[in-house]
Design a protein around this ligand. Structure first.
Ligand code: AMP
Length: 278
């Protein structure tokens, strides 16, 4: 069935207050791919009503980033979500989400200034602000987020805990193309040659996992090997870090359950990926 397309905040709030049963919510910026759809499928399995939001959030882009060229295709998104029997699509206007005079930000300290936060210092402030707004409007019981954006997941869990949101946040596994590239709306920017080189992120993570399984645990040694592989495939490294999955603190010796996170620029596109060491 075609989902109900909800375009205003008041309408979305009216609907969500009246809904009976568990509400599962999947916030997205649209241009949906199988990564997004996997979150929707998990929500469909666990919640009575599924709401997906589509909103390209301007406050998480800095002025030199790709906001104006960020890919959009609402017709295809609606079609894909209809096929999955989503109940509601919340598709608000930017002017209503950020009216003139909007002065409040939600900001999580410290864990937003490391990893992606170093090169994108205002990014997470935009993410936490929009997700807090969306959570207030949709009032979900469950919210589904991809581990693809692992730092975002940790930051939003911290926000939900600190601000006493009652929503449970569920992390879902990374969905990859057949050759291993993590699905992302930004993969569209890559040329055929760039698309091949973009495999270096996944290859480097697999190399790290292999070394971990060979009992090599020194983070710097593994990071150096990963960096060599990436640079040989024309990737420009923003960061490669081994972190504790709960605190995002840097760790010097790999151990079971730790995560390696990385951001690499291929052509002009910044790609991220991560993997749990096990
Ligand atoms: P975005 O539209 O990029 O803001 O992503 C919306 C949600 O989809 C976020 O929770 C992302 O982590 C998740 N997501 C994006 N790509 C993937 C992927 N390849 N696998 C799993 N989840 C993903």
């Amino acid at each position: 069935m075609r989902p109900v397309l909800v375009k205003t905040i008041s309408q979305m709030m009216q609907i969500s207050t009246k809904l009976k049963g568990t509400i599962g919510f999947v916030p997205t910026m649209g241009y949906l791919h199988r990564g997004h759809l996997s979150l929707v499928e998990t929500a469909k399995k666990n919640a009575d009503i599924v709401i997906v939001s589509i909103f390209v959030n301007p406050t998480q882009f800095s002025p030199n980033e790709d906001l104006s060229q960020y890919p959009r295709d609402i017709d295809s998104d609606i079609k894909l979500l209809s096929e999955l029997d989503v109940d509601y699509i919340f598709f608000p206007q930017e002017s209503e989400m950020y009216p003139d005079g909007c002065k409040t930000w939600v900001n999580v300290d410290k864990i937003t200034q490391v990893l992606c936060g170093k090169s994108r210092p205002t990014h997470f402030k935009g993410v936490t602000t929009i997700v807090a707004k969306l959570m207030n409007i949709v009032d979900p019981d469950l919210m589904y987020m991809g581990e693809k954006d692992f730092q975002q997941l940790v930051v939003l869990r911290q926000m939900a805990k600190d601000l006493n949101f009652k929503t449970e946040i569920i992390g879902c596994p990374i969905i990859r193309e057949e050759d291993g590239l993590a699905m992302s709306s930004r993969n569209k920017y890559l040329s055929p040659a760039g698309r091949k080189n973009a495999l270096c992120l996944h290859k480097a993570l697999l190399l790290a996992k292999k070394r971990f399984r060979q009992n090599i645990t020194n983070s710097s040694k593994i990071i150096t090997e990963m960096a060599d592989l990436i640079e040989n495939m024309e990737g420009v490294i923003d960061y490669i870090e081994v972190v504790d999955p709960d605190t995002l603190e840097h760790i010097t010796e790999l151990k079971k359950g730790c995560r390696i996170l990385l951001a690499v620029i291929i052509e002009n596109t910044r790609l991220i990926d991560n993997m749990k060491m096990e």
